[in-house]
Design a protein. Structure first.
Length: 671
């Protein structure tokens, strides 16, 4: 249990949190939300002991093990797997003692070290670290690669894996989904749902928060308020609280006006003096409920394109990839960002042939189309986008672009390409040297770079402010096609909502790569899947894609076991054993397999029935939560509804995963 008692927190002269009273129970998964600068990261620093409270108390168990993601990764020569293993410091120490005892030939010390390693489950630690790396997108051949060989984004993933490797009762994650692909985000969600300790997570990905959290802590204007339920439940409860607050304020103001009118009218009359005095006392005792101060949401838009041709861009039988013009950095799969994920062919080196990532690509973009690109890490999504832009020449086939095509391209490296020392005004003036200064300032103001902010160097800007500036520079050109590769990294929830609204209103065509499922669902009308060197339409939604990823992962695991000579499931593979067993044994094994298939089919039917019942319950809950009258009842009852909704969704997801595994087993057995 973690308790804050009248806790206050200050950064410099600024009071971030004041008079915070709350208790976080063991096992809660808590989403910490609030606008940028409200004190989320400072709260984490206080929990880690890096920042002293300004007043009050913060009580934590004395021996609570805490894990968090390091902000920096030194350029180490250590292998990635060893770096992740180092997250378990106690195990690393025991392994070091074992190595030193072995070097000395001290058998007694070696025995003690062996015993300690066994207690810490150290002999399967490398396998556990390997699974963490695999889940976060690192292919097996990169596990022994030196940490210093990875780019910044992949080092962030290494730090995340190292934090997950550390045994902990309290896990603090600050924006863990930044630099992750959608498949890695889905894997991380599953891992965190199984985490047994207490989790505090800061994230601007509302779908991630909905999937992972059981409670929400909202920081606002120096206060911290705890809500039961995930982010969506919090939004509904807060909206209702604000509505009730405004109603109470309006009633109070009406009563004030009525009382004041009586006092003003009769205070001078002796016959009414007592009544006037009574009403004056009543006025003094009124609670003084504050009016709801509406937070002005940030809004922007992409201008209407000057021309909008019907057939904008087309790839015909294209091979996309990289020509062997220069040696690539270690781990490079897709352009500038080192991507250790699997690729169809090994990366080229000087003098070798071209590296084909995608083959026979047939992709056509019409005016107004909104396409989301889905696919496993390293499959070629960024390669496809670069080929569409024209940044990567096609290795074969043809790219046909309309003469009026104007592309707005946001890449993962766009934010880093802003010139240090230059202001937003300088960047925009470089694009439009002949335009009046006031026109440029007005445009920057519409993107929230108003007044002196337009002339401040970008050096001191946050990642979100830099991303906003990069999008503003794209919008200035009035593109008719937007190609956006992970545009939401570093953007807060308000900015993501503003981007979703702007893209929904955009008249041109859009191709989007993002791990933000809320954004994908809001702005994309169709999806294409990039996998196994192919690009093809995906007939389904994001939930279908998540199920496809889980099924793909299950097949890969079974194939790996087969290659290693292992077996899948409790029974031996009957065909493989047939040559070594008698006919009666084969019949018994086949009968046992039939019984297992029968049990699996029965379980599948039960799962389907339960999922149907859950869907009915969820529909009823959704109807109740959509009914305004629901919010007139007790807040505790409303919280229970939100919690029940989250529980049903988690149960449904677990059952669907089991259903897929059973279905694949039956399909493989021909049952």
């Amino acid at each position: 249990m973690i308790a804050f008692r009248h806790f206050a927190l200050r950064r410099g002269s600024r009071l971030l949190l004041s008079d915070v009273d709350l208790v976080i129970q063991a096992g809660w998964r808590l989403g910490v939300v609030g606008r940028n600068g409200c004190g989320k990261s400072s709260l984490f620093a206080a929990l880690q002991g890096r920042l002293e409270g300004d007043a009050g108390e913060l009580d934590m168990p004395a021996r609570m093990r805490l894990a968090s993601v390091a902000q920096e990764t030194p350029a180490l020569p250590d292998a990635a797997l060893d770096y992740v293993l180092g997250g378990d410091e106690e195990l690393a120490q025991a392994l070091g003692e074992e190595a030193r005892a072995q070097a000395r030939g001290d058998t007694e010390a070696m025995a003690r070290a062996h015993h300690r390693i066994e207690e810490l489950h150290g002999y399967d630690a490398r396998a556990r670290a390997g699974r963490l790396l695999h889940g976060l997108g690192f292919s097996p051949e990169t596990h022994e690669r030196a940490v210093k060989a990875f780019s910044g984004g992949w080092r962030v993933r290494l730090n995340l894996a190292r934090a997950l490797m550390a045994p902990s009762e309290l896990l603090l994650l600050d924006e863990p989904t930044n630099h992750l692909d959608l498949d890695a985000v889905l894997w991380l969600e599953e891992w965190l749902r199984r985490y047994q300790g207490t989790l505090l997570v800061i994230s601007h990905d509302r779908e991630f928060l909905d999937a992972v959290t059981t409670h929400t802590l909202h920081l606002h204007e120096g206060r911290a308020r705890l809500y039961t339920g995930n982010y969506s439940a919090f939004e509904r409860l807060r909206a209702e609280q604000l509505r009730q607050q405004q109603i109470a304020h309006e009633r109070e103001q009406a009563e004030r006006a009525h009382l004041q009118a009586f006092v003003d009218r009769f205070k001078a009359k002796a016959s009414k003096a007592k009544q006037a005095q009574s009403r004056m006392k009543r006025l003094e005792k009124l609670a003084g409920t504050e009016a709801v101060r509406a937070e002005r949401p940030f809004r922007f838009q992409f201008a209407v394109p000057e021309r909008l041709p019907d057939s904008m861009l087309q790839l015909e039988e294209v091979e996309a990839g990289y020509a062997a013009l220069r040696p690539l950095k270690a781990g490079v799969r897709e352009g500038t960002e080192a991507s250790p994920g699997p690729a169809p062919q090994p990366s080229p080196r000087e003098g070798e042939g071209a590296h084909v990532v995608l083959s026979d690509v047939r992709f056509r973009l019409e005016a107004g189309e909104r396409i989301g690109l889905l696919g496993p890490n390293g499959a070629g999504k960024s390669t496809l986008v670069k080929t569409l832009v024209g940044e990567l020449p096609s290795l074969a086939g043809e790219r046909k672009a309309h003469k009026d095509l104007k592309v707005g391209y946001f890449a993962q490296h766009t934010v880093e390409s802003l010139r240090e020392g230059a202001s937003p005004f300088d960047h925009l003036q470089d694009k439009a040297p002949g335009v009046a200064a006031q026109v440029l300032r007005d445009f920057l103001g519409s993107w929230n770079f108003a007044g002196d902010r337009a002339f401040e160097p970008v050096d001191g800007f946050s990642g979100g402010e830099r991303a906003r500036l990069a999008l503003a520079l794209i919008a200035w050109d009035k593109p008719n096609l937007l190609l956006l590769d992970e545009p939401t990294n570093h953007l807060d929830l308000d900015m993501r909502e503003a981007l979703a609204d702007a893209l929904a209103d955009f008249d041109g065509a859009l191709v989007l790569v993002s791990h933000d499922r809320h954004l994908l669902g809001m702005v994309c009308d169709s999806f294409w899947r990039v996998a196994d060197g192919r690009v093809e339409p995906f007939d389904g939604d994001l939930d279908d894609y998540a199920r496809w990823l889980r099924a793909r992962s299950g097949v890969a695991k079974r194939n790996a076991k087969t290659e290693e000579g292992g077996q899948e499931g409790p029974l031996p593979d009957v065909p493989a054993q047939a040559a070594r067993t008698s006919a009666p044994d084969r019949r018994r094994a086949a009968a046992a397999q039939r019984e297992q298939d029968k049990a699996s089919r029965a379980r599948v039917k039960k799962i389907e029935a339960r999922v149907a019942a859950i869907d009915a319950d969820l529909a009823a809950l959704d109807a109740r939560l959509a009914d305004p009258d629901t919010y007139n009842g007790p807040t505790a009852e409303l919280m229970k509804l939100g919690q029940r909704q989250a529980e049903l969704r988690r149960e449904k997801e677990t059952l669907e995963t089991e259903w897929l595994e059973l279905y694949e087993q039956l399909e493989a057995a021909g049952a």
